[in-house]
Each structure stands twice: as C-alpha cells, then as structure tokens.
Write a protein that binds this ligand. Structure first.
Ligand code: NDP
Length: 496
C-alpha cells in the first residue's frame, strides 16, 4: 500500500473511490517527485456524478432554494476561499510548478468571483413583454440551464474553474467538474470548502482522471446540458463535436497566439515590461501569452536590445521561493512540445537572441522541466513559430513599418484571444483596438483580468464569454410564459 496522500473524487457530497479502484500519480514539477495519488475515475463514476448533479438540480433543497439563498451560499464559499487562499495556492504550486507569487495572487483574488456572482444571483430579472395580443399576459423567466460539465486545464486550475463555478451556481445550475489530470488536488481541496459552506449534496461534484475517460463521459452524457471548457483548441474542437450530438450548449476558452504591438511612440521601458509579462510570466504557460511581439521599424533595434537585457535578468528557480521569476514547465509533454518548437523556429531561420534550449543548474533543483527564456528575432508571420501556440517561454519578434501593416499581421492568424497595444497616442490606440479581431485588447498594459469584464476568444480562440454579466447569461436560458386572460379559447384551427 502506497504511503502517498490519496485524493478521492467528490460525488453527491461523498468522497468516493474510483469504481475500478485505480489511482494515478501526480508529480511536483520542481522536485520531480510523485507527491500524491489521485482517483482515476471511470465513465461509470462520471455517470454517477451526473446523476447526482441532475437529482440535485431537479429535487431537494437546491432546486427549491430562492436566488437570494443561493447567492448567500456562493458568497460564503468566497469567504472560505479567502480564509484558505494560501493553502489552495500551495496545492496549485505543488501540482503545476507555477510561482507561489502568481498562484497566491490568483487565489487571493478568487473570492471576488464568488462575491460578484453571489450578489448577482437575485438580480437577474425577467421582463413583462408588451405583447401584441390584448388577452394575453406574457413574461420571461431566466432559468438555470441545467447540469454543467466544467472541464479545466492545468495552468490556472482554480482561477479558470471560478470563471465557471461562481456564475453557474449563482444561476442555479449544478456541476460536475473534471480538472486536468496534472492538477487535480486544488480543485479537490476546494470541495472541502464547498462542503463547509453548506451546499447540498450533488450540487458540486468532481471526477478526477483523464480527458478521454471521465471527461469524454461527461461530454457525452445526455443529462449534461452545457459544457464549460478551457483547454487547447484541438481538444476544444473535439469536445464541441461530441457535445453537438446531444445539442449541448458550449463555452470554449481555447488557445491563443496573441500579438503584443509596440509602436514607435511607446514608452519603451513600459513596453519592455509589457512584453516580458506577456511571455515570461507563468513561464509562458498562459492562453493570453503575448507570444508574437510586433515591433515598429524605427525603434526595433533599441527596443529589442532593452528587452533582451531585461529578459536575461529573469531569475529561474524554486516556484515556492518568492524571489523566483520563472519556474519550470508544468508537464513533460509540454516541455517536449516547447523544445520542439524552439527547433522548428531555428530550422525556419529565426534568429536566437536569447536562450534557445533547456535550462539546467542548481537553481533548477531536481527538475528536468526548465526551459531558458527564449527570444527569436527576424521572425515573419508565415513561420510556424509565429502561427502556432507554443505555451511556453518562447517569444517571436516580428518587425513592421506602418499601423496598417501591424493590424494586418496581428489579424493574419487563426486565433483571436487577446492583443497588446503600446502607444502614447489615444487615436492610434482606439483605431488599432477596433481593428484587431480579438476578445481582449490591452493598451499600455498586459495580462489584466477581472471578474467584471467579459473574457473570451474570437475565431479559433473560443466561443462565448466568461466573467461579467455576460458570463452569467451563459448559464441561463430564457422561458417565455403566456397566460390567457380571454373569456374563452378562440378558434383552435388558427394560430393565435
Ligand atoms: P487540453 O485541451 O489538453 O485539456 C484541457 C482539459 O480538457 C483537461 O481537463 C483535459 O483532461 C480535458 N480533455 C481533453 N480531452 C478531452 C475530451 N476528449 N473530452 C473531455 N475532456 C477532455 O489542454 P491543457 O490542459 O493541455 O491546457 C493547455 C491549453 O489550454 C493551452 O492550449 C491553452 O491555450 C489552453 N488554455 C486556454 C485558456 C483560455 O481561457 N482561453 C486558459 C488556459 C489554457 P486531461 O488533461 O486530464 O486529459
């Protein structure tokens, strides 16, 4: 019997062992040690979780709770997350190797999602429609969409889960969550808080395990009404196809290859920091990475010089150490993928300005998952390194001459998640922001996110929006109720 901590799945308010008794190991990317075992849920376990979520949706205390009562529970969960933020962040770091600084900032911010949507729960009002028939009273209700399958990736497990969990609960939905196999434990720790907050059994469930097993079973289950997915574009497109078989609603938050554009009137040192935060924060493992840096001709040489100098000073090391700036990559497959792209870029003729390979040294501990912060110059937009998502600390710099050319390059890609614009001209900022086909544009800042502002992709970066009031609507459906006040039922052979 293993000595490692074991994490079970959470179904119908119970901690359950997987039906075939199998567990998988979870590895700390920095220490390279297996530190826990997690339930490998089967499709049967996923089906059981959906049945529990469906029962909680249709019968029992959750189904009869008022929106105000629901909102209060969601708010209470926010308080519990606030009180346990550090512990949650440490679980995330052990699983994904991202910086404690980053995960702690995220976990400290999470309660705001629960306060905002908890407050919104009882403010979603239907309308009385001034219907064009004198003997009909017509009104609308916004009802919960049903059971939600929330499927999350490994890079920011609890942040990306909160984008889904808080509005879904506030809307009155129930959920089955499937975290990434690489980062299950923080989501399971969160379930302890769900329990403490007093959510009835079955309202929130977690099945851990593999996408093709537990995840696929959720996407196929006829009693799941909606899939809220964050992950890669390829998996997202596959999930969308599978979900279509039972006409599920889908929100898909997918990959990106976001342009970060530096114009010649930008404050260069600010833009350097913006470029760094766009690609080296979180070791580049963020969907919103500003991985295509477009730099205007007149400032190109000076800007690139300052950028490389700054990037050189990035401190790699133990992610638990608060002075570390760049940690390991989270998973071995991701590490291999990043190195492969570095080779692709070299073979395409891109010029290595910094890094360009694996990193080793005492600062990397026992981890074999460090990649040097890497900058490629001389990239043009047709290269694979400019078009495909690397999801690592690899920056491609593209030179441009005019504003029109910058916009053309920015839009000449399948993705459309985000973009950065660095300029002191408000006219230019507005014009370029309007012209770029992406869901989020940052001007003179990068990587800012809030529970208040809608987030999502254009083009292959996704469908639907998370956060803000739009994020709540994705968990509601509208019902129109018609009440006759007529003295009798008119001619039944004619439409009213
Ligand atoms: P994946 O797409 O591989 O996986 C995401 C989740 O989907 C995981 O829980 C995975 O399970 C699950 N999954 C995979 N296949 C299926 C399936 N057939 N049915 C149901 N579930 C499935 O992404 P990663 O975890 O590798 O995350 C990295 C990707 O996520 C990057 O491409 C990044 O751009 C994107 N991302 C997008 C964000 C956004 O908001 N737009 C934010 C963060 C990341 P398992 O891993 O256990 O197999």
């Amino acid at each position: 019997m293993s000595e490692l901590p074991r994490f079970n799945a959470y179904v119908n308010g119970q901690w359950i062992t997987p039906s075939d008794g199998r567990y998988f190991e979870t590895v700390n990317p920095y220490t390279a040690k297996v530190w826990a075992e997690v339930a490998r849920c089967t499709p049967d376990d996923a089906n059981r979780a959906v049945e529990a979520a469906h029962a909680a949706l249709t019968t029992g205390p959750w189904a009869s709770m008022t929106a105000t009562q629901r909102g209060a529970l969601v708010h209470k969960l926010g308080d519990l997350i606030r009180d346990n933020a550090r512990e949650l962040a440490e679980y995330e770091v052990r699983d994904n190797g991202k910086l404690l600084n980053e995960m702690l900032a995220q976990c400290n911010y999470l309660p705001q999602w629960f306060y905002y949507y908890g407050g919104l729960a009882d403010k979603i009002e239907g309308a009385v429609i001034p219907i064009d028939k004198p003997d009909i009273f017509n009104f609308t209700r916004h009802e919960p969409i049903g059971v939600v399958a929330a499927i999350t990736p490994w890079n920011s497990p609890l942040l990306l889960l909160s984008f889904k969990l808080a509005p879904a609960l506030a809307a009155g939905c129930t959920l089955v969550i499937k975290p990434s196999e690489f980062t299950s434990t923080s989501t399971l720790k969160l379930m302890e808080l769900v329990e403490q907050a007093g959510f009835p059994p079955g309202v929130v469930n977690v099945v851990t395990g593999f996408g093709a097993e537990a995840g696929a079973a959720l996407v196929e289950h006829p009693k799941v009404a909606k899939v809220a997915f964050t992950g890669g574009t390829e998996s997202g497109a596959y999930v969308y196809q599978q979900a279509a078989k039972t006409l599920k609603r889908c929100t898909l938050e997918l990959g990106g290859k976001s342009p970060n554009i530096v114009f010649d009137d930008a404050v260069l040192d600010d833009a350097v920091k913006g470029a760094i935060s766009g690609i080296f924060a979180a070791t580049g493992q963020t969907c919103i990475a500003g991985s295509r840096l477009l730099v205007q001709d007149g400032i190109y040489d000076e800007f690139v010089k300052r950028l490389v100098e700054f990037a050189k000073s990035a401190r790699m090391g133990n992610p638990m150490d608060t002075s570390t700036q760049v940690g390991p990559v989270t998973t071995p497959p991701q590490y291999e993928k990043i190195l492969k792209y570095i080779e692709v870029a070299k073979s395409e003729g891109a010029e290595v300005l910094l890094g360009g390979g694996p990193a080793s040294g005492p600062e990397c501990g026992d981890s074999k998952l460090f990649v040097q912060p890497t900058i490629f110059g001389g990239v043009h937009n047709k290269m694979r390194i400019a078009q495909e998502e690397v999801f690592g600390p690899v920056l491609s710099i593209i030179r441009f001459k005019t504003d029109e050319e910058a916009v053309e390059i920015a839009n000449d890609i399948a993705f459309g998640l985000a973009a950065g614009v660095w300029t002191q001209s408000i006219k230019r900022a507005l014009k370029v922001s309007a012209a770029i086909r992406a869901g989020t544009i940052w001007v003179n800042t990068y990587r800012a996110i809030s529970y208040l502002s809608p987030f999502g992709g254009y083009k292959m970066s996704g469908l639907g929006r998370e956060n803000g009031i739009e994020g709540m609507r994705e968990y509601l459906q509208t019902k129109s109720v018609w009440i006759s006040t007529a003295a009798d039922v008119p001619n039944p052979f004619v439409m009213r």
